[in-house]
Design a protein around this ligand. Structure first.
Ligand code: F6R
Length: 638
């Protein structure tokens, strides 16, 4: 989804050039997915540059020497929703006179009404975007002074008020930033789209605004200034001090400080938090792709996930942040909601709870709201979202809350919209994930819901806690010994790829197929192994490799082996992911081994092999692994 960056250099020292900060920030936001980019620089006049395609297209269109002076600007990576990716549709958008430039992430739902209204006033639109109504609304406010509705808040051609007035007209979701001709200030606001402030001043205090227009002044000991972005990696190189903006809060940045106020203009005191990432965490550390780096980070991110939460000696699981939640009785069932990969973690979590005798369901968040799934008053609804910004999941959580449910967000992003919207938050502690295809966050979601299911039911055997503890080392073993690259090379070029599993391995089959299709662009499907014979078997030929996950040697493994025989009889190449306990290797053309463990942990290990298969097939095919076509990391539209 679109990415926003804004920057105002500090008044107190030789701040970096805005153009450098903006371009670096946009490149850190590339992972969100985009198809065009642009910047606007404010230095008395407004200088707007934008280009369809990769950031390089924008960079090479800039004559950066002429842009060295301005210390204030906004930038944007666009992921098309209204109108195709073209130079005209790229942000920033301006009014006809070029007095204001605006960038926007989200969807303005009433844009057609506003567009018709503005067009009737004689406004000519340059783009097909919903966003372009915003600069025109601002310009109209500037022109009309008090405004045509007599609202006295808008009593002058004042940028701040004109900005607020325009925002008042919008319905939908937005993070919006604007710069004006003749003023070196960035104005911004948000509603249902992420926006975070980065502070690198020398104030250093926990709360840095008293609401006047220029507080939090710097004292000149090497600060770079104030940043605004859709996500922290955009400015982490400069500062780890952040302020998370809430819906309908307004921010104003200038060279002397920052202020946040509510929708009525009342100044707010906002805590400054420190994020525990550094710039290194968001680099590739020598790997060809972020995805491969993140796959290899799993042992360490899983250790972080478990840290302080499991006690092997006592065989207990403690989730301190959920103290107030775990001892409560909830109306049945526990409902998980999520999208994409996180939905697969939700299915896995629901299965774990069911195995402990607690009724649980997992529903795709967009279907949850579409179907108006009845939520019992006093029930627990768990939203799983690594970004914490997925619009469908946020809506499901909010609707559940309105219906009287207690809500829990299982997320990777501290301060994200989901973490703040839900009654409780459980952090998966995976660290920043830049590759669009989720990898380490899925593994950490699996462990987090394992911990959650134990904590909610107050039951975890010694063996279970021990096997959870061993997962990070066993993932390391998989990474050290995997033959996925060699198998991938053999399978490239097949017609389609199927993934099958039963029970806890069914969500892993779904996830294996999703990862595969996302980054290879090949047809891949995941099935419950027992479902093949009810239809999909018609597609199975010698040109459709089938990946089957078989762990343990119980009934589930035996039945999955029967399903493997069904595809073998149709000459399909069979790849088994197995701990070797069931002797399934004899039916396989290729084997991806995982260490022996219990069935819950095995589902985490098996998934790592499937991540590697997807990666190496995509690598072999020369795909754009970190930024697959048409996809975005953070999906902030419904
Ligand atoms: C797949 C992937 C997506 C996300 C989905 C939900 O690799 O990353 O399917 O899982 O868009 O995102 P979050 O977890 O941020 O809610």
């Amino acid at each position: 989804m679109c990415g926003i960056i804004g920057y105002v250099g500090s008044a107190e020292r030789d701040a970096p050039d805005a153009i450098d900060v903006l371009l670096e920030g946009l490149s850190e936001l590339e992972y969100r997915g985009y198809d065009s980019a642009g910047v606007a620089l404010a230095n008395g006049t407004l200088d707007v540059h934008k280009a369809e395609g990769e950031l390089e297209a924008l960079t090479s269109s800039l004559s950066t020497e002429s842009l060295r002076d301005p210390a204030v600007g906004i930038g944007h990576t666009r992921w098309s929703t209204h109108g195709p990716p073209t130079d005209e549709n790229a942000h920033p958008h301006t009014d006809a006179e070029g007095r204001v430039a605006v960038v926007h992430n989200g969807i303005i739902e009433n844009y057609q009404t506003l567009r018709d209204e503005l067009a009737a006033d004689g406004v000519t639109f340059e783009s097909q975007t919903d966003t372009e109504v915003v600069p025109h609304l601002i310009a109209r406010s500037l022109e009309s002074g008090d405004g045509d509705d007599g609202d006295e808040r808008y009593d002058s051609a004042d940028h701040k008020r004109a900005f607020r007035r325009a925002i008042d007209r919008l319905e939908g979701s937005y993070a919006i930033a604007a710069v004006f001709e003749g003023e070196e200030t960035v104005y911004a606001t948000r509603k249902d789209s992420p926006l975070v402030l980065g502070i690198d001043d020398s104030d250093g205090g926990a709360v840095a605004t008293d609401g006047s227009d220029a507080v939090a002044a710097t004292d000149g000991d090497g600060s770079t200034g104030y940043f605004l972005a859709s996500d922290v990696p955009a400015f982490i190189e400069y500062t780890d001090r952040v302020v998370y903006l809430e819906d309908e809060e307004f921010v104003r940045l200038d060279a002397t400080g920052w202020t946040v106020s509510d929708s009525d203009g009342v100044p707010l005191e906002k805590p400054v938090q420190t994020v525990d990432w550094d710039a290194e965490d968001t680099g590739k550390s020598g790997y060809d792709h972020y995805m491969l780096k993140e796959i290899h980070e799993q042992p360490s991110s899983l250790r972080q996930c478990l840290r302080g939460r499991v006690n092997e000696l006592q065989g207990t699981v403690t989730l301190e942040e959920l103290d107030a939640l775990v001892d409560r009785e909830f109306a049945s069932p526990v409902r998980f909601v999520a999208c994409g990969t996180s939905y697969h973690a939700a299915r896995y979590g629901a299965s774990l709870l069911q195995r402990r005798g607690t009724p649980a369901t997992a529903t795709i968040a967009s279907e949850f709201t579409t179907d108006r799934v009845p939520v019992a008053d006093g029930s627990l609804v768990v939203g799983i979202t690594q970004s914490g910004e997925t619009a469908d999941t946020l809506r499901a959580l909010r609707e559940a809350q309105t219906a009287g449910a207690t809500t829990l967000a299982v997320t990777n992003t501290v301060g994200s919209s989901a973490a703040r919207a839900a009654d409780h938050a459980l952090y998966i502690r995976a660290g920043p994930e830049i590759g669009v295809a989720a990898t380490k966050t899925f593994a950490s979601q699996q462990l987090s819901v394992s911990l959650l299911s134990a904590a909610l039911t107050d039951r975890a055997s010694h063996e279970e806690v021990q096997s959870l503890r061993r997962v990070p080392d066993q993932v390391q073993t998989v990474l050290d010994t995997s033959n996925a690259r060699a198998i991938a090379a053999e399978l490239v070029g097949a017609g389609a790829f199927f993934f099958i599993g039963r029970g806890l391995n069914y969500p892993v089959a779904l996830e294996g197929a999703l990862k595969f299709k996302e980054i290879t662009y090949e047809h891949a499907e995941g099935f419950a192994a027992g479902e093949l014979k009810h239809g999909p078997l018609a597609l199975v030929t010698e040109d459709t490799p089938v990946f089957a996950i078989v762990t343990g040697d119980g009934e589930v493994a035996r039945k999955t082996i029967s399903n493997i025989k069904e595809v073998e009889a149709r000459d399909a190449p069979v790849v088994v992911v197995t701990d070797g306990v069931s002797d399934v290797e004899r039916y396989a053309d290729y084997v991806l081994e995982i260490p022996e463990t219990d069935e819950r942990a095995a589902a985490v290990l098996a998934n790592v092999q499937l991540q590697l298969i997807a990666y190496w097939v995509a690598h072999e095919m020369g795909r754009s692994i970190d930024k697959p076509r048409n996809l975005a990391k953070s999906v902030t539209v419904e």
